[in-house]
Design a protein around this ligand. Sequence first.
Ligand SMILES: Nc1ncnc2c1ncn2[C@@H]1O[C@H](COP(=O)(O)OP(=O)(O)O)[C@@H](O)[C@H]1O
Ligand SMILES: Cc1ncc(COP(=O)(O)OP(=O)(O)O)c(N)n1
Length: 270
Amino acid sequence: MIACTIAGSDSGGGAGIQADVKTFQELGVFGTTAITALTAQNTLGVHDIHAVAPAFVVAQLDAILADFDVKAVKTGMLFSSDIIEAVASRLKVEHLPLIIDPVMIAKGGQSLLQQQAIDALKTYLLPLATVCTPNIPEAEALTGIVIDSEETMQQAASHLLACGVQYVVIKGGHAAGNTARDAIFTQHDAPFYVETSRADTKHTHGTGCTFSAAVTACIAKNLSVRDAIIEAKRFVDAAIKHPLGIGQGFGPTNHFAYNQKLAKENVYVL
Ligand SMILES: Nc1ncnc2c1ncn2[C@@H]1O[C@H](COP(=O)(O)OP(=O)(O)O)[C@@H](O)[C@H]1O
Ligand SMILES: Cc1ncc(COP(=O)(O)OP(=O)(O)O)c(N)n1
């Protein structure tokens, strides 16, 4: 099975392309990559960004899609509206399952998506999305809705579904409480939730990338979208609960944990 990630490089190896490829590999999926930007980054923050020319992002995609039988594609850090438009126009002729992690701000606070690119994301890319996985601040930025209740979360999800997204996963990593609960909304079915206990840890660098890459890998392996989301939650939960403890800041998650059978905690589907 082959998947493709279109994302930025994290020199620190915890997020971005590196997290995606590690996750694909651990889930038994061959990873191909179209890099959108280079970041000089470690667990202390993003120190510099060098964007790739949109035509060269497309050249990477052309090379991959001309040769490999790609079963699912994900996007992560896309950085600019020019890259978004170029990626969307290349992907729209492929009709592949597309998982969009609308990466905007790194946990250290640095912007990974130019402000004016949010509209391009909504206009060009979200209509192609099988799954979109915003965290709460990203869902708020995409919709203009402040999420402070179940009702406002439903409103934000409805807004994204109306853009053409088939499954909206609003991740609960940034919410308060003892559980890490992600809410899944679809066009036709009732919402469902995947929930684990919340780890008291600062080693959460790359959680969103890892989760969306795991969804992508599982869809590439032909799991249903629902089962892919549940398995991805299991993968990211193991990676968070058994951190490597490396770096001086917000450390990476442990991509080895899932296959080391460290994933002992339950994922509740509600
Ligand atoms: N402290 C935590 N304990 C357990 N799960 C977490 C924790 N923080 C985040 N998660 C889970 O990690 C996944 C990524 O979520 P989140 O951290 O919100 O994404 P992002 O990196 O995009 O901000 C979600 O499934 C979320 O519930
Ligand atoms: C190159 C690159 N892409 C994405 C991110 C953001 O990763 P994410 O998993 O959303 O969360 P944090 O890493 O910010 O915790 C990134 N930092 N770098």
